[in-house]
Design a protein. Sequence first.
Length: 53
Amino acid sequence: MKFIDYLTVVAGILGFSLFVAGIALFSVPCALIAAGAGLLAWSYVAARAASKG
């Protein structure tokens, strides 16, 4: 992997974490639901990328 690939992953993790933390300020159960949905979407994208590459 190139440096830009690592940087993209780090930025994605940071953005996702801040998104979930922002939701948690309103409601922790909603934040957990959003985190689960986000992780499901991330695993779907990762599986598609792995199958093509």
